[in-house]
Design a protein around this ligand. Structure first.
Ligand code: THU
Length: 139
């Protein structure tokens, strides 16, 4: 993916940090999910007083897209940090990696971890979830 597109995704993900609902962890996460049709679905983490219903930023973005009929994706950018300060990369949790496995090709789907528009790392899903179990295993 070209740098301008990556930077657009980073800026979109950073913009989501303001919407994170994180009264318990105070750890803000923003996500920007790029669909193959070029549209971008935005997500933030949404916590809950009962803890387990909390939803990660990545899954918020995926579920928004799928709920609108979009199921083909090329990349996701994830940013996060305590009190919204981006000092380190925020890698997707295991549950979110599994959701990516459901809808994305592990060979090509790109995960962009960033702290700002000049500092980022691009990984493939297969690197973050080697030998993942997906829809192909049930056919
Ligand atoms: N979180 C995400 O939204 N995405 C990740 O990839 C890692 C963790 C959220 C869940 C919870 O609201 C907070 O970060 C602390 O775990």
């Amino acid at each position: 993916m070209e740098k301008e597109r990556i930077q657009e995704l980073i800026q979109t993900a950073v913009g989501q940090l303001a919407y994170s609902y994180v009264p318990y962890s105070h750890f803000h996460v923003g996500a920007a999910l790029l669909a193959k049709d070029g549209s971008i679905y935005k997500g933030c983490n949404i916590e809950n007083a009962a803890y387990t219903p909390s939803n990660c930023a990545e899954r918020t973005a995926f579920f928004k897209a799928v709920s609108e009929g979009v199921k083909e994706f090329s990349a996701i950018c994830v940013v996060g940090g305590q009190d919204g300060k981006l000092t380190e990369y925020t890698p997707p949790c295991g549950v979110c990696r599994q959701v990516m496995m459901e809808f994305c090709d592990p060979e090509t789907f790109e995960i962009i971890l960033a702290t700002d528009t000049e500092h980022y790392q691009v990984l493939r899903l297969k690197e973050l979830l080697p030998m993942g179990f997906g829809p192909g295993n049930l056919t």
